[in-house]
Write a protein that binds this ligand. Structure first.
Ligand code: UGA
Length: 443
């Protein structure tokens, strides 16, 4: 395969998967990150994040000598293609994506890069950012003819490696054909397999990323509203979702009702898109509504729990099962579960949580993270299932009946097995179904 020497700057979720993925194709990749602790772990083959299959894949490419780790960008002086995957967190002040890490990374690269090098931006950036970066490079590094390309990422936490190796499309936005081709060549293995390549200008490519995440966030929010309706009028939201999702114009994915979307992408990217729209005088009304509905959803869930507990949370113990923003990740950023833990503590409840992977340190005398589901359930007046981990699906709640104060489950993820023998002995409230009251001892 014809290829460039590649450098990945910023080895968080996106950068690390990109580096390991490209190295698995036989490309030589230099990874640069300012975080010396992270680099030291990676050199030993330890990923700083929990991601299925990543450790094995990382060790394999290290053993083959295809990937190196460093804190010094100067070590990448012989590279001619740089992927930048640094964070673009939301600015609390403006709601915009913060670009200081990206700006610093691009300046660092430009200073050491050889002429004609290409800098591909994988970080999610406001529309117009790549054009602005290009103008800066043309001004400050005119003799080098460096090119900026937008190359957004669509992988999901929890299935990131699989998503890398099985992309549904690759988006490459750039104003120079030679630069776009250089990025395209690094994905030759996908192109050979017929993966569609969307080749565009930078602004189209940047818009695709925001529009994709905003559309998916809208889909989730839509099914959540229908789910609220189903709880009141009766029915089953999973069947409604299946019934509409089998229409190929709608599609079955992202129709799982729950506590609202969270994580490090949807909340940040919907907010950024709304801010971009307002700044350009083209208000994104659908996205703004989605943000508002999603933000209030956690509060409404808390109110429901409160009312099920006799409007009094103070002094009561609540078990929260799951802390991660979704299953198969240890990420608790903008997790509905975490917000609910904090809200319960504010209301004076005592919270015991359990998550098979995620950790949450809360400095509060009424909070404890437990090592098992049973320990979290001890003395609980309510058991909240907040993340769809597989082990909650198969858990036999009969085993904690002697431990709980009250047999009440609030299932925000619809994972609890409602066909189990113990179910008639519990009050079960599920997102997207009417309340199931305990009917007695027999199943
Ligand atoms: C999301 C996108 O799916 C990726 O394509 C994108 O690359 C990534 O953001 C990003 O921009 O970096 P991710 O944040 O890992 O990926 O998580 P998702 O699986 O998309 O879930 C997002 C949120 O929606 C979670 O809170 C999840 O629980 C919720 N969700 C998702 C639902 O409530 N219902 C669904 O049916 C699907």
């Amino acid at each position: 395969m014809q290829s460039a020497n590649i450098c990945v700057v910023g080895v968080g979720y996106v950068g690390l998967i990109q580096a390991v993925g490209l190295a698995s194709f036989g490309l030589k990749v230099t990874c640069v990150d300012l975080d010396a602790r992270k680099i030291a772990m990676l050199e030993k083959g330890i990923p700083p994040i929990f991601e299925e299959g990543l450790e094995e894949a990382l060790r394999e490419v290290i053993a083959r000598g295809r990937v190196t780790f460093t804190t010094e960008i100067a070590a990448a002086g012989d590279c001619d293609l740089f992927f930048v995957a640094v964070g673009t967190p939301t600015s609390e002040r403006t709601g915009n994506a913060r670009l200081d890490y990206l700006d610093a990374a691009v300046s660092g690269i430009a200073a050491i890069a050889r002429p004609e090098a290409v800098i591909a931006v994988k970080s999610t950036v406001p529309i117009g950012t790549c054009a602005r970066l290009q103008a800066r490079l043309d001004r400050d590094f005119a003799g080098k003819h460096l090119e900026i390309v937008s190359n957004p990422e669509f992988l999901r936490e929890g299935t990131a490696l699989n998503d890398f190796f099985n992309p549904e499309r690759i988006v490459i936005g750039g104003n120079s054909e030679a630069a776009r081709d250089k990025v395209r060549q690094s994905y030759a293995a996908f192109e050979d397999r017929g993966v569609p390549m969307i080749v565009s200008d930078t602004s189209t490519s940047e818009t695709i990323k925001y529009a994709a995440n905003a559309f998916l966030a809208t889909k989730v929010t839509f099914i959540n509203e229908i789910s609220d309706l189903v709880e009141t009028v009766g029915g089953d939201i999973d069947q409604v979702a299946r019934g509409i999702g089998l229409d190929s114009r709608i599609g079955p994915q992202f129709l799982k009702a729950g506590p609202g979307y969270g994580g490090s992408c949807f909340p940040k990217d919907t907010l950024a898109l709304a801010t971009i729209g307002r700044r350009h005088g083209v208000q994104q009304q659908i996205v703004e509504t989605v943000i508002r509905i999603n933000d209030s959803r956690r509060f409404h869930i808390l109110k429901r729990i409160e009312s099920a507990m006799g409007d009094k949370l103070a002094g009561k113990r609540v078990a929260v099962l799951g802390l991660a923003f979704k299953a198969n990740t240890d990420d608790v950023r903008d997790s509905p579960a975490v917000d609910i833990v904090h809200a319960l503590l504010e209301e004076g409840a005592e919270v015991r949580s359990f998550d098979p992977v995620a950790k949450l340190s809360v400095d509060h005398r009424c909070y404890r993270q437990c090592e098992s589901i049973a320990a979290a359930c001890e003395g609980a007046s309510a058991v909240l299932v907040a993340t769809e981990w597989g082990e909650f699906r198969s858990f036999d709640f009969a085993s904690v009946e002697p431990l709980v104060e009250r047999r009440y489950i609030f299932d925000m993820r619809r994972v609890v097995d409602i066909t189990a023998a113990w179910v008639p002995r519990w009050d079960i409230e599920r997102i997207g179904s009417p309340l199931m009251r305990a009917t007695g001892e027999a199943s």
